[in-house]
Write a protein of this length. Structure first.
Length: 317
């Protein structure tokens, strides 16, 4: 059970520890306080924690600028937007915010040791836990209706529906993140488990249905797919890859917490599982940029290299 989780890791990454090092309210005169350490309780089992720290470093080096580039491209193309641009923009903004908190996390772990900063970090982890899966679900829903119910999709093309859905997702995200930062709620971790399991199942079924419908739409005797449908096919296929690579590890590992020792779960399973979830902050914008025929704001030399690479890939296929 989640509430039986061990307290070996004080930071516990994206999951809130049941006992924070800042919960001490009385300071006894003869008590010696152990210095705060990210490896506290896992001093001889640091591999999983180091793996997550490397992933978070990758997010700030690669993911943060990539998300800013995605936001800039969406703003530039605002006069010719696609129906999913609102969801993509919100997702990129939330991922950029999460990446921006990484240096603050390192400073607080090794230098500040501030309770206020730790609360802000827990809020950012709550944002990441919820916003990514929910906005990906919205993109899947948008594509699902467009491919399987085109007439209904034509009636729902107005941006007000997507703005309303985005506001709902943001409200759910901030409510979850606020509850996570406050802490102390009984069985709160089960909310995340229920969310991630339900969303993972929905996105897999949704994307497989879309891929099946697009493949079937070729018609008899047709070898080539319509260009617009081919573009949608590639988008959905990339989303399915993100879902499987980033969300399958925590879905597969976390429900079996009782089968691990408390130290093994806190020091290995938990940080590694969330590392796969956190790396989506970099993978998602990179996948979006790779689908673009032309990437603005990049130097011409980079564009030439990318175009040469894409030509080689096309010729190889």
């Amino acid at each position: 059970m989640w509430e039986q989780r061990s307290n070996y890791s004080q930071t516990n990454f994206t999951m809130e520890p049941t006992l924070s090092p800042y919960n001490i309210t009385l300071e006894l005169p003869n008590t010696t306080h152990k210095p705060f350490s990210v490896f506290d309780g896992c001093d001889n089992m640091v591999e999983g924690i180091l793996f997550d720290l490397v992933v978070q470093t990758f997010n700030i080096v690669v993911g943060f600028p990539a998300n800013l580039l995605v936001i800039a491209i969406l703003i530039r193309n605002r006069h010719e937007p696609s129906t999913s641009d609102i969801f993509l923009g919100c997702l990129a903004f939330m991922d950029a915010y999460f990446g921006l908190m990484v240096p603050i996390s390192f400073l607080n772990l090794y230098h500040w040791g501030s309770m206020q900063v730790w609360t802000a970090l827990k809020f950012s982890y709550g944002v990441k836990d919820t916003s990514g899966p929910l906005f990906l679900s919205c993109i899947c829903l948008d594509r699902f209706i467009a491919v399987l119910f085109p007439i209904t999709f034509g009636q729902l093309k107005d941006s007000k529906y997507r703005i309303g859905l985005s506001v709902l997702v943001l409200c759910l995200t901030f409510a979850y993140a606020s509850a996570k930062s406050v802490g102390g709620l009984p069985n709160f971790e089960k909310v995340f488990m229920g969310e991630i399991l339900a969303i993972f199942a929905w996105m897999v079924v949704c994307n497989l249905s879309i891929l099946w419908a697009l493949k079937r739409s070729r018609g008899a005797g047709k070898d080539e797919m319509h260009p617009m449908k081919k573009k949608a096919f590639k988008m959905v296929l990339s989303l399915l890859g993100i879902i499987v690579c980033n969300y399958l590890p925590p879905v597969a590992l976390f429900p079996f917490q009782d089968h691990y020792t408390p130290m093994a779960f806190s020091c290995y399973v938990q940080p590694v599982g969330f590392a796969f979830l956190n790396i989506s902050s970099s993978i998602q914008p990179l996948v979006y940029l790779s689908r673009l025929e032309k990437v603005p704001f990049l130097p011409k030399s980079c564009l030439n290299r990318l175009s040469c690479k894409s030509k080689k890939e096309v010729s190889a296929t």
